[in-house]
Ligand binder design. Structure first.
Ligand code: SAH
Ligand code: F3S
Length: 436
């Protein structure tokens, strides 16, 4: 029995990919260990979206090297592996394996090769690769990720993802429904459907609206989330399916990136501020009480002070409940590298701080107004501090509740009693609702 240690960075898709790798390796006789010290193979699943994500990984790889005994292997997998390929083997002599997201099926043979002393990389794109036949090894729990689409066909000029994850491909509806049924049998009641432009999912015979309805019709599924949708792929059909499928949660993550039409154009986003806001409006009209979060990049090449202000005003106008904010990071090989008028780090940092401040104030104000309201909470896991449990409302609010660890996976009616600004405390008002 060989032991594999796997560490995951980056997005939810990487978490799902790590589960997939454990599936591939499990079939080949590997078992997971949480201790790098005893592992025969150490793998780091990486993100390449921003430079600071890569710097963190480089630091961590350096630390893991210290656990390497003779005969042990250290591998870098995922988007950074794909981006750098064999160069990574040249630059970091103690890395034995470099494996991109379309090559996970080959992990056992690549490991065998490396064990015989041949350091190796596999970063070929395989546009047919869906890993349908590989059962992921998931951490048991009521809420699970399901990858419905891999790769991306959009070409946002700042983004490395199309170059690390290859062309878009969708798994079939039948396959996905089978997967979700299997999850329900193991106790899952909430699924998060994953894809880079998840609402453009299309298996050739069905669109995302069909998928939402089909997953919603699986007995035992109480909640459906999905991430990340692309604003202009919210067709009327998709919004209609969201509104009429009870399981679809009242929350959407809707990456805006900027509030300025000039910047959006340079980013090659396929919408204007106005069309973006019309999507927000249509979603709110169809699903009263829906909450919204977004992604924003500041300091994109050419961004003027006035254009940045348009982003700040978009946050207000769209009334986001939360926003993930980033400083633009130059990614070699993306079209934006060639854009003139780069914004200095100093200016970008100052803009980022200002944006974070206004997002925080807005989130806080909106959340204060929610104290006293009652929500259905799915209890997820113990909170980091104290002996409370952390749960989530359908609207994606994190709530601390006083429940024992055994309550994980239960649904409770909870009244929000206070907020730190971002998370809530809550009190149980009714015991678990029976699952019909
Ligand atoms: N399709 C995915 C995008 C993945 S990248 C999605 O919509 O979620 C996740 C976020 O990282 C993007 O929405 C963007 O806000 C940010 N991002 C991507 N490339 C970036 C870059 N070069 N610099 C800074 N932030 C970036
Ligand atoms: Fe990246 Fe744009 Fe696709 S942000 S993942 S290129 S939709």
């Amino acid at each position: 029995m060989k032991l594999v240690y796997l560490e995951t960075y980056g997005c939810q898709m990487n978490v799902a990919d790590s589960e997939l790798m454990l599936g591939v390796l499990g079939r080949a006789g590997y078992e997971q260990t949480m201790d790098p010290e005893v592992a025969d193979v150490m793998l780091v699943n990486t993100c390449a979206v921003r430079d600071n994500a890569e710097q963190r990984v480089i630091g961590r790889v350096g630390e893991l090297m210290r656990h390497k005994r003779p005969g042990d292997l250290l591998g870098v997998v995922g988007c950074m592996a794909q981006r750098l390929g064999p160069v990574l083997l040249e630059r970091v002599p103690r890395v034995d394996l470099v494996v991109g997201p379309d090559a996970y099926r080959n992990l056992p043979s690549l490991i065998e090769h490396a064990l015989r002393g041949g350091r190796i990389s596999d970063t070929e794109f395989r546009s047919w690769e869906h890993y349908e036949d590989v059962p992921p090894v998931r951490t048991p729990g009521a809420t699970q990720f399901v990858t419905v689409q891999r790769g991306c066909d959009y070409r946002c000029t700042f983004c490395i993802v199309p170059y690390t994850r290859g062309p878009e491909r969708s798994r079939t509806l039948e396959d996905l429904v089978r997967d979700v049924r299997g999850l329900v049998e193991q106790g899952t009641t909430e699924v998060t459907l994953l894809g880079q432009t998840v609402n453009s999912w299309n298996d050739g015979r069905h669109d995302f609206a069909d998928l939402l309805r089909a997953v919603g019709a699986v007995d035992g599924i109480r909640r459906i989330r999905f991430t990340s949708p692309y604003p202009t792929d919210f067709t009327d059909r998709v919004i209609e399916a969201m509104a009429t499928t009870d399981a679809v949660c009242e929350h959407v993550h809707l990456p805006a990136q900027s509030g300025s039409n000039a910047v959006l154009r340079r980013m090659l986003r396929r919408y204007t501020r106005e069309t973006y806001l019309s999507v927000v409006e249509r979603l709110r009209a169809a699903m009263p009480g829906i909450t919204m979060s977004t992604d924003i990049i500041v300091g994109f090449p050419g961004e003027t002070e006035a254009q940045f202000e348009e982003t700040v005003s978009l946050v207000r106008e769209a009334a986001f409940d939360d926003a993930y904010t980033f400083k633009y990071s130059v990614r070699d090989g993306t079209p934006a590298v060639k854009l003139p008028d780069r914004v200095t780090d100093e200016v970008a940092s100052a803009r980022l701080s200002r944006l974070i401040e206004s997002v925080r104030a807005q989130t806080r104000a909106r959340n204060m107004g929610r104290v006293g309201s009652t929500h259905e909470v799915l209890v997820e896991r113990p909170a980091r501090r104290g002996d409370m449990m952390l749960g989530r409302t359908r609207t994606n609010f994190l709530v601390l509740v006083d429940l024992p660890e055994e309550a994980a996976g239960e649904y409770h009616e909870v009244r929000l009693t206070g907020t730190t600004g971002s998370t809530f405390t809550g009190a149980i008002v009714a015991p678990q609702l029976a699952v019909l």
